[in-house]
Design a protein around this ligand. Structure first.
Ligand SMILES: NC(=O)C1=CN([C@@H]2O[C@H](COP(=O)(O)OP(=O)(O)OC[C@H]3O[C@@H](n4cnc5c(N)ncnc54)[C@H](O)[C@@H]3O)[C@@H](O)[C@H]2O)[C@@H](O)CC1
Ligand SMILES: [K+]
Length: 535
């Protein structure tokens, strides 16, 4: 687990380091520029072939002529702040490595902040700086005909739409010629906190090199699409305590095997008893998927609670799962008088009418964990507050975008409004606000799944970059996720941890199966994913 930072948090960390005397802003900028050049050479080894400090690189025989002829021409686009300062450092370091470098400045050199100005002046001793405007941007074939474009226009300081046709960078400048685009810290135009494009467009990068920690914008919304890939470079900032009051979101890596392993000598009740409530005839598949997920993830016992009319339909389909008739509210009340049932899942295929009847019963005992998904959320679209009034701190809500909008219409609307200035309202902000209002853990699904607590604690467990899982967009996948969470809750894992761990495993299962995945495959992949985690 690592933290993901907002622009404000990153600035506070940098300022604390500078103030403590541990490092100067200028040195941080130098390290940042060095990190960018290292990342470029790591990603495209052909760019580092034959590089020597201070002189033109010899053309190695192994490099085909048509490629080598186009190597080592860079255009560095610098903006009016410290992101531009990083750009001047990169320009200098590339030039020292034998590149032909053209530098463009968007803004007034006299107004550059101090550290950026120092690096501007250092560059001016090596080469020219041309003014960057819409005209040069669109018309200047000199920088378009290059091998590498370095986007150092804006980073964490972006506050409004960029008045440049940034999409022009993506254009094929000449037939048969391609260039790579490297964004320093963030692709310009992308909001560091929300991952949303401010205004009309953002730079489409092949590689984004950031410093110290991921920024929220790298992992949320459009971030992954615009960043290409993200490399995080250490610039020598120490891990620091929280700043600015608001807790930092956490990026979820592989879960701790210790949380998921089972101890020797335990019996099935040690691992909890989950109850998954099913809907009526022809709608039992979703609950069966959830139940299978809860069982595979390690709940000791899993019972499906079904309306009497579908008892036979479900009994034909299950083996290790148990079955109980749960018709009306009274029947659920009776089953739940057994305190060993410590986690309940309502929603998948439940039907809204049944949800309105059963959800209040399931929420009565505040010691029991409850997962509410699908119909159990939509059923309260007319009066979300009635649901929130019943929730407690062992509840997990798992809405997708539509369900989220039904329960939190004003929050969803704010998130959907065009992002006109930065930092823009983010999915993290929205999920936090929703969790605070609901008084429960909220897992807001998506490729950028966010999990938030009423106190603001927040995690991102995303299926992006090297963990992308496009086959996960399949019917029933959400039911399995609800089951995974319920199973972990039954095992005694705390709500936030259960939700975040389940989300990570869910993506792991999808990736483990690969193409052709359907929801039924997800629980069946858990043994392999566990084994890969060393469990
Ligand atoms: N502060 C530090 O010590 C370090 C900062 N670093 C770099 O500095 C960046 C942050 O620097 P800044 O805070 O100066 O922010 P930026 O360089 O992102 O830009 C801020 C400047 O751009 C202007 N601006 C914002 N949006 C604009 C728009 N749409 N059109 C025109 N002007 C606009 C602002 O008024 C301000 O002058 C980071 O992203 C990172 O690249 C790194 O060098 C590491 C060290
Ligand atoms: K940038």
């Amino acid at each position: 687990m690592t933290e993901v930072l907002t622009a404000e948090q990153m600035r506070a960390i940098e300022q604390a380091a500078i103030k403590s005397g541990a490092v100067s802003g200028l040195e941080l900028m130098e390290r940042a520029g060095r990190g960018v050049v290292e990342a470029i050479c790591d990603k495209w080894p052909e760019f580092s072939v034959g590089s020597v400090a201070g002189g033109a690189a010899p053309r190695p025989a192994a490099v085909p002529r048509d490629i080598s002829e186009k190597l080592k021409r860079a255009a560095v686009l610098c903006g009016p702040g410290n992101n531009g300062g990083d750009g001047f450092v990169v320009a200098r370091l590339l030039k020292e490595r034998g590149w032909a470098v053209k530098v463009f400045l968007y803004g007034d050199a006299a107004k550059l902040p101090a550290d950026a100005k120092v690096n501007y002046q250092r560059w001016c001793e090596l080469g020219a700086v041309q003014a960057l405007s819409t005209v040069t941007f669109e018309g200047d074939q000199i920088w378009l005909l290059t091998d590498l474009v370095v986007d150092a226009l804006f980073g964490t300081g972006l506050t409004r739409a960029v008045d440049l046709p940034l999409v022009a960078l993506d254009a094929e400048p000449a037939v048969g010629h391609t260039h790579q685009v490297v964004a320093i810290d963030l692709p310009s135009g992308l909001c560091s906190d929300s991952g949303r494009v401010i205004g009309e467009g953002a730079v489409q990068a092949d590689l984004t090199v950031t410093f110290h920690r991921r920024k929220c914008g790298h992992v949320l919304a459009d971030g992954p699409e615009y960043c290409g890939s993200v490399v995080i470079k250490d610039i020598g900032l120490a891990p620091t305590a929280e700043v600015g009051g608001q807790s930092r979101p956490v990026w979820r890596d592989a879960p701790d095997a210790g949380v998921l392993a089972k101890g020797q000598g335990a019996h099935k009740f040690t691992h909890g008893h989950a109850l998954i409530l099913s809907g009526g005839a022809g709608r039992t598949g979703a609950a069966r998927l959830a139940a299978r997920g809860a069982l595979r993830i390690g709940a000791g016992l899993v019972t499906l609670g079904v309306p009497p009319s579908v008892q036979m339909e479900v009994a034909c389909q299950i083996t290790a799962l148990m079955l109980q008739r749960v018709g009306e509210a009274g029947a659920l009340r009776e089953i739940l008088s057994d305190d060993r049932i410590n986690a309940v899942c309502l929603g998948p295929g439940l039907g809204q009418e049944r949800a309105r009847e059963l959800v209040p019963i399931a929420l009565q005992n505040h010691e029991r964990a409850v997962v509410l998904d699908a119909d159990a959320l939509s059923a309260f679209g007319d009066d979300p507050q009635a649901l929130f009034d019943m929730l407690h701190n062992k509840c997990v809500l798992t809405p997708h975008g539509g369900e989220f909008a039904r329960l939190f219409p004003d929050i969803a609307q704010r998130l959907a409004e065009p992002a006109l200035c930065g930092p823009a309202y983010s999915k993290l902000d929205a999920t936090r606000e929703a969790a605070r209002r609901a008084g429960a853990t909220v897992l807001f699904k998506g490729a950028d799944t966010v999990i938030a607590e009423p106190d603001g604690a927040c995690s991102v467990s995303a299926a992006i970059y090297d963990r992308s899982a496009p086959w996960l967009a399949t019917a029933g996948a959400g039911d399995v996720l609800a089951g995974f969470i319920t199973g972990l809750l039954a095992r005694g894992v705390a709500p936030h941890e259960a939700a975040a761990t389940a989300a990570w495993l869910h993506v792991g299962c999808a990736r483990s199966f690969g193409a052709g995945l359907i929801a039924e495959d997800l629980p069946e992949q858990l043994p392999k994913v566990f084994s890969d985690l060393g469990i």
